[in-house]
Ligand binder design. Structure first.
Ligand SMILES: *Cc1c(COP(=O)(O)O)cnc(C)c1O
Length: 401
């Protein structure tokens, strides 16, 4: 993405999509079924392809699909069939996975922020693998999930993520080492460490810090009689937005090299928790232009109001973190700058005003726009009924969906 006057430029011209536009299978479905907008269409065949690609990039790693990225039952069922494991954050996500045929052994409760009652629910459902990052959660785990395998989430600093986690999760490596020893004392099975480099991580080198800290923890606790075996690399692998990222194989290579550099011959078991990379590119959000207007006679920008906004699918436009590729039915003609906004009466329901989008000058109310790579963190982020706008429906196609 180029910088123009200090602003990120998402120059929206047809050629930016590699000439591809809306993926053919999804376009055929939309043309045939004409579903009400806004909606997301997820192509399960693409989910299958992406799962294979991530597996190929990280051949040593057991993959736990991060359910929050797209919890459509059809997506979970497909991944169960492909042999995936699942990263969940709540009892409801556990129940969803089990209902779609996942086994309790394939589920990792990777959220370190949980109530005792939620741990008890997970344990009763047969889940035996949990993340933690605090002594209190560890004590709750010892009480409600006695003997369970637990891994400690490390707090790491990494740049390059388009939607970073900040400091909310994880603890410093010294504390992690103490807590893992404490886990053993509490009768739990301290099995390893995890970290997350932030979502839509644009730098494949970002895993380096986490892997180095993890190796430090492995060595520190080994000296105290605790032998760890699992390194969970988290998520962060990218989908395809306006800003180009390296291929998944480049990420795989960088991660593998970091593991070799810091663990040497004592390679741990690897796990990863991809969400966005599995489902992002599989979805298209179809939306309709509600209005096109200007704020004054000399305003160079047109305001384009869509029927999808921050509250019904496009939450990741907050801070303009994610710049989606957009296809219009009028691509190819002359374009001009626009501000894109959602339909609600909330002043924050603006999608892009700093990121420069240029859309066709003859765009008008009723035109249908396709927002590409919208399979992750869209429907799952939609509000229940803010301002009377419905949650975003998902239609799954392909793979007998
Ligand atoms: C959200 C989340 C993921 C998925 O991250 P992506 O960037 O979508 O791959 C993985 N692990 C944990 C613990 C998460 O919270």
């Amino acid at each position: 993405m180029a910088m123009v006057d200090g602003r990120r430029t998402a120059s929206q011209r047809p050629m930016d999509h590699g000439g591809a536009g809306t993926p053919a299978r999804i376009r055929e479905f939309l043309d045939r079924e004409r579903p009400a907008t806004p909606c997301v269409v997820v192509d399960l065949d693409t989910v299958r392809e992406r799962y294979a690609e991530v597996s190929e990039a990280l051949p040593e790693a057991r993959l736990f699909y991060a359910v929050k990225a797209n919890p459509a039952p059809e997506v979970v069922r497909l991944l169960v069939g492909l042999g995936a494991s699942f990263d969940v954050a709540s009892p409801a996500e556990i129940d969803l996975c089990l209902a779609q045929g996942a086994t309790p052994e394939s589920i990792s409760y990777s959220n370190p922020i949980k109530k005792r009652s939620e741990i008890a629910h997970a344990h009763a459902a047969g889940v035996r693998l949990f993340a933690f990052d605090s002594e209190q959660d560890l004590e709750h785990l010892a009480a409600e999930a006695p003997g369970a395998s637990v891994f400690c989430r490390l707090l790491i600093h990494s740049d390059g993520a388009r939607t970073p986690f900040g400091k909310k999760f994880g603890c410093a490596r010294e504390m992690a080492a103490d807590l893992l020893v404490r886990a053993a004392e509490l009768g739990l099975d301290p099995c390893g460490v995890s970290f997350h480099v932030g979502s839509q991580q644009t730098d494949p080198g970002a895993w380096e810090v986490g892997v180095a800290d993890a190796a430090w923890v492995f060595r520190a606790v080994a000296g105290r009689g605790v032998h760890l075996r699992l390194l969970n690399l988290g998520g962060g692998f990218p989908a395809s937005y306006v800003e180009a990222t390296p291929s998944l194989s480049v990420y795989g290579k960088a991660v593998q090299e970091a593991v070799t550099r810091h663990f040497g011959d004592a390679a741990p078991e690897l796990a990863a928790e991809p969400g966005r990379a599995i489902v992002g590119d599989a979805g298209v959000l179809r939306t309709e232009v509600v209005l096109v207007s200007r704020k004054s006679y000399d305003d160079e920008h047109r305001w384009v109001y869509l029927d999808a906004g921050r509250y019904n699918g496009l939450a990741e436009c907050e801070g303009e973190a994610i710049a989606y590729r957009i296809v219009t039915p009028r691509d190819g003609g002359p374009v001009g700058p626009v501000v894109l906004a959602g339909p609600t009466c909330d002043g924050d329901d603006v999608l892009y005003q700093r990121t420069v989008y240029e859309l066709p000058l003859d765009l008008r109310a009723g035109d249908q726009l396709d927002i590409l790579s919208a399979g992750a963190y869209t429907a799952s982020f939609a509000s229940v009924f803010f301002n009377g706008f419905s949650p975003l429906p998902t239609h799954c196609i392909g793979a007998r969906g």
